[in-house]
Design a protein around this ligand. Structure first.
Ligand code: ATP
Ligand code: MG
Length: 326
């Protein structure tokens, strides 16, 4: 058995990856992939995708697109297991066992649940309520130490830790209490100036695949003000967040100009847009190559799933025994 520490993360196939996914999750995934002390498991979580309304005709393609985005960003199947959640059905089984330890009230009070209820009031399903339990299963299945995800996922991680504690207490399992591995961009604001950037919120995001013109148009759309100075609105704060992440050396100067009232927002926005494009361009180039190599993508997923299944079978068999099921 390998003595390496494990890492687990996943992204929903609800749309193409955006700057929030990249900075909050993928960058952390890349950092840990590069550390030989860690063994990494990175999924596309299609079972979580179907907890909110989706199109069955395009689901497979959306999943494939996230895998290709992963690879284009630098996830390497030689180093990390890259796979699709539903290829390891043990995730569902373990989630069911975990659900016996979780109260309905605890799930109803989670901020992420409340947000999705607001976003999709006609789709308040058992699957949506159970999302954090399935996520706890995704994570604990691999007994990882670290989970590179954005700050919005912290409440879910807390649920996973609670489940780990309860399982260990009641059944004598050895689940760890995984910590979030955070990045500098752990919370990327929406372009609309309210809430976070999200795949499922139209107008909130810059996609990794956006052209230079699209990025410029989107960054220009951030609500700012006609005149600089005074209290910063949420939109202006968002713009400064992007500046800090993509133009750290110029941010002080922008701030000074904002305070003395001489800042030209359009100029700042265009500079930020240009810097974002500069960072995304190599990913886009890489994507063009990977898109064409369907065999490489297929093999990556197949091998990743094989590696994941081996561990998943072990964990589930252990849990069944300890719970008195077999
Ligand atoms: P959806 O709107 O469908 O929930 P999403 O954009 O929130 O999509 P998820 O698939 O839920 O994306 O999350 C994937 C990963 O990206 C998670 O680790 C999450 O924490 C991270 N992430 C999502 N949005 C942001 C953001 N705005 N800033 C930083 N990290 C983010
Ligand atoms: Mg989300």
């Amino acid at each position: 058995m390998s003595m390496k520490k494990r890492v687990l993360s996943g992204i929903r196939a609800t749309g193409r990856l955006h700057l929030g996914n990249y900075l909050g999750a993928v960058k952390g995934m890349l950092e840990l992939q590069g550390d030989p002390n860690y063994e990494c498991f990175y999924m596309v979580v299609d079972l979580h995708t179907i907890t909110t309304p989706y199109d069955k005709e395009t689901l497979k393609e959306s999943v494939q697109n996230v895998v290709i985005d992963y690879l284009a960003c630098g996830l390497d199947p030689e180093k990390s297991a890259i796979f699709i959640q539903s290829m390891v059905p043990e995730h569902v089984e373990l989630a069911y066992y975990f659900s016996t330890l979780v109260s309905v009230a605890r799930m109803q009070h989670l901020p992420t649940y409340k947000e999705k209820v607001k976003q999709y009031p006609k789709n308040v399903t058992m699957a949506l309520l159970n999302y954090p339990v399935l996520m706890a299963s995704d994570i604990l299945m691999y007994k990882p130490q670290l989970v590179p995800v954005g700050v919005d996922q912290e409440p879910h991680l807390e649920v996973a830790r609670e489940i780990a504690r309860k399982m260990n207490q009641m059944y004598g399992t050895d689940f760890p209490e995984p910590k979030r591995f955070s990045t500098k961009g752990e919370y990327i604001p929406s372009l609309k100036g309210e809430g976070k950037m999200a795949k499922s919120v139209e107008g909130s995001y810059v996609n990794l695949a956006d052209t230079k013109d699209e990025i410029q148009k989107k960054i220009r759309s951030i609500p700012t003000a006609t005149k600089a100075g005074g209290e910063m609105t949420p939109g202006i704060k968002a713009l400064f967040t992007f500046a800090e992440l993509f133009l750290p050396k110029k941010t002080e100067d922008f701030k000074k100009k904002f305070n003395d009232g001489t800042l030209q927002f359009q100029e700042m926005k265009d500079a930020v847009a240009e810097a974002i494009y500069k960072e995304l361009q190599p990913i886009q180039e890489q994507r063009k190559k990977i898109e064409k190599d369907t065999e490489y993508v297929r093999k990556a997923i197949e091998e990743g799933a094989e590696k994941a299944r081996e561990i998943a079978r072990q964990t589930v068999s252990e849990v069944r025994k300890k719970m008195g099921l077999s």
